[in-house]
Design a protein around this ligand. Structure first.
Ligand SMILES: Cc1ncc(COP(=O)(O)O)c(C=O)c1O
Length: 356
């Protein structure tokens, strides 16, 4: 690994109590280039722009995929990653589906740890605070040819992140647009999946909703995901989430919620969720909660479901009554090293860069 430390650190300009998530970048980034069938050296370099032309294949044909993960700081200043091997596995699954080269564990995990260690001062400490990390792979070959590219870049950039707290939102159950199709790329974190979701989401926002519950493309009769999150439904005291498939992203938060719920003895059913069942449960009063889960905000609770012109309200539960709130609390306590980690999910980031 090649480490090129910045001579112009911006850390003195960073105010952990007043920063803009997604626009504030840490001092360094990881880059690694792929050419002639192999990856070159992993480099940790000062964060900044790179030179590409508009003929870069990644922006023309969309060979681009990414990951989203976080690093957390505990009260003693120790830094932890959360289940990073899951993101490593998933970026390679995404890369394979997009006919891009897979990255090695050394590039991904060692690059990640080196970056987070070097810029650990950028990780804010406190409730809801963390560092959001974005590993990505994109085609860099300069060619206007619709074929698999032969040059790529692997990069990791990161931005301090704040508050998990989000207001309950209203979501529209999609009866027309789809996020993913059978045989498509829904289970990959392909950049194009997000581009394709923006327009339907814009339409839903115009109708007074914040997000879309994506349903299956063939019939629109089954829940798949919600916005950029996996979805959970609670009917009486059982929680349901759809099985992962080639249309559903295998979310790290989803998997963690399933395990945390089982540990608490909550009944979890991983099975297709018919829209009809949810609507009926809302009408007969057995629908208790619907929520989305993902790395960025952990949980977003839904207050209303829009379906075929009707807005169906969901009950308002206290944090003690709510499974969404209880499981979120269990999860963030593990992530922030506040409680035991019975699953072995935390990965400590050692101090190694001080000596470099
Ligand atoms: C489409 C989609 N579904 C689900 C998730 C949740 O995945 P995770 O819990 O790994 O963040 C994400 C966010 O990464 C996503 O983009």
């Amino acid at each position: 690994m090649i480490i090129q430390k910045t001579e112009n650190s911006r850390i003195s300009t960073f105010d952990p109590s007043d920063f803009s998530f997604g626009n504030t970048f840490i001092d360094h980034m990881v880059i690694c280039e792929y050419e002639d069938g192999k990856w070159g050296d992993v480099k940790v370099v000062p964060y900044g722009p790179l030179a590409f032309t508009p003929a870069m294949m990644g922006v023309n044909y969309g060979q681009a995929c990414f990951e989203g993960m976080k690093a957390y700081k505990d009260k003693d200043g120790q830094v932890f990653l959360f289940r990073p091997e899951k993101n490593f596995e998933r970026i390679n699954k995404s890369a394979a589906r997009l006919a891009m080269p897979e990255v090695t564990e050394e590039m991904f995990l060692d690059g990640l740890k080196a970056l987070v260690d070097l810029d650990r001062d950028w990780i804010p400490y406190g409730e809801g605070l963390s560092l959001y990390i974005r590993p990505l792979i994109f085609a860099t070959e300069e060619a206007l040819k619709a074929r698999v590219a032969n040059k790529y870049m692997f990069a990791i950039v990161a931005t301090p992140a704040k508050s998990y707290y989000t207001e309950p939102v209203s979501v529209k159950i999609s009866d027309h647009y789809s996020r993913a199709a059978n045989g498509g790329v829904g289970s990959a974190k392909a950049a194009g999946n997000y581009a394709a979701s923006f327009y339907p989401t814009q339409l839903a926002i115009e109708e007074g909703y914040e997000q879309i519950i994506w349903t299956d493309d063939a019939t629109h009769e089954y829940f798949e995901e919600s916005g950029t999150m996996n979805v959970f439904v609670r009917i009486n005291d059982t929680i349901f989430t759809p099985p992962t498939s080639e249309k559903i992203l295998d979310g790290v938060t989803r998997d963690s919620f399933i395990q945390l719920a089982k540990r608490r003895g909550i009944e979890v059913k991983v099975e297709p969720i018919p829209v009809k069942t949810v609507i009926e449960a809302q009408k007969n009063g057995t629908l208790k909660e619907v929520w989305g889960v993902g790395t960025a905000v952990v949980t977003t609770v839904f207050q209303a479901l829009g379906y075929q012109g009707e807005k169906l309200q969901l009950p308002t539960l206290s944090d003690e009554e709510s499974y969404a709130a209880t499981l979120k609390n269990d999860l963030v306590n593990i992530q922030n090293n506040v409680t035991e980690d019975p699953f072995g999910w935390r990965v400590l980031v050692d101090h190694v860069m001080e000596t470099v």
